[in-house]
Design a protein around this ligand. Structure first.
Ligand code: SF4
Length: 341
């Protein structure tokens, strides 16, 4: 038996020694193979509006079964879900005093729950599915057998080989682009470059939907940083970019929330990137919740707010995936073309 083995799940590509764990604390080398600690131990499981992911161009108005296991390969200081993602949480399985009681759910049982819910898609979300991608993939294959869709909400820091493994099975991605390289180093314990590489691969793969989210921290993010990110995302072919307000969490619990004024300033900068669909998140700026045709300006969806669902029915404005007014293709999967996905 080799004394160490490589984990290829993320860009860290940890070499793990017998009985040891990788940087995420979730992948362990024992009994001659690298195993996922807490495989199948579902810690969050519920029905959400797909808009909450956020995914605005994936069957708008639909519900999704959201599911999470423990763990993450980054250490973002502002993580909203640190109690299920970070190893220093008393709820984490690698912490001796873990108090959370996850429920073991096999991929088959999870798909049964998805079918019973009537939701047309499942989302791997809340923590970082990259570190439990073996469970995600086992489930995703069964989900496709049922003709339903798989969505992954991720920090995007795949290894190239893991992205290649995952791509055939995941239909829609929401990937965080958190800041520039310095931001990843100082606030996340990660790197921007592998995330951008993954985005470029996904945008050049047919029949995938990709939406990008950037959480804006006032006093940290700047207009220059947003301009640079927007330029790179546009060059890579990104079509949907969500800019979301920061609220205090975890190691940044004493920071003030990002103001609507700052968000608006950043939204205007983002619009200048040429990315056709720009949205506001965690915000009351309702005009930035709308989807308009990038070609003729026709209002396609009046609101993606999941508090009230008015405006989510696009069956008349988007026909066969095109703007009814001018025939321009609308990016994404829509209910009236779902059967063609
Ligand atoms: S998932 Fe990433 S951080 Fe965790 S062991 Fe594997 S390569 Fe390392």
């Amino acid at each position: 038996m080799a004394s160490a083995a490589l984990c290829d799940f993320c860009y860290h590509q940890c070499m793990i020694h017998q009985g040891g764990r990788g940087i995420c604390g979730i992948r362990e080398y024992r009994e001659g193979r690298v195993q996922t600690l807490g495989y199948g131990e579902v810690v969050a499981n519920g029905i959400d509006p797909v808009e909450k992911k956020p995914l605005y161009h994936v069957l708008p108005g639909s519900r999704t079964l959201s599911v999470a296991l423990f763990g993450c390969n980054l250490t973002c200081r502002f993580c909203q879900n640190h109690r299920i993602s970070q190893g220093d949480s008393p709820l984490h399985p690698v912490h001796a005093a873990s108090r959370l009681r996850p429920t073991f759910t096999s991929p088959e049982e999870l798909v049964k729950a998805l079918l019973a819910s009537g939701a047309p898609l499942i989302s791997y979300t809340y923590s970082e599915p990259i570190v439990w991608q073996d469970y995600m993939l086992a489930t995703a294959k069964l989900v496709h057998q049922e003709g339903l869709l798989n969505c992954m909400v991720t920090n995007g820091s795949f290894s190239p080989v893991s992205l290649e493994r995952i791509l055939p099975w995941i239909d829609a991605f929401n990937i965080d682009v958190k800041g520039d390289e310095a931001f990843y180093r100082d606030y996340c314990g990660g790197r921007l470059a592998p995330v951008m590489d993954a985005i470029g691969t996904i945008t050049h793969t047919p029949k995938k939907v990709l939406e990008v989210t950037t959480l804006l921290i006032e006093g940290v993010h700047t207009g220059a940083m947003l301009t640079m990110i927007g330029k790179d995302l546009a060059r890579l072919g990104v079509k949907v970019w969500h800019l979301s307000r920061f609220f205090p969490h975890y190691k940044m619990a004493d920071w003030p929330p990002t103001s609507e004024r700052f968000l608006l300033e950043m939204l205007e900068i983002a619009r200048g990137s040429g990315i056709p669909y720009i949205y506001a998140g965690n915000s009351a700026l309702s005009e930035w919740e709308q989807t308009c045709c990038p070609s003729c300006g026709t209002l396609l969806m009046a609101s993606h707010s999941y508090a009230g669902e008015a405006g989510l029915d696009c069956a008349e404005s988007v026909v066969d995936g095109k703007c009814q007014a001018c025939g321009e293709p609308v990016y994404g999967f829509f209910s009236n073309m779902y059967k063609n996905v």
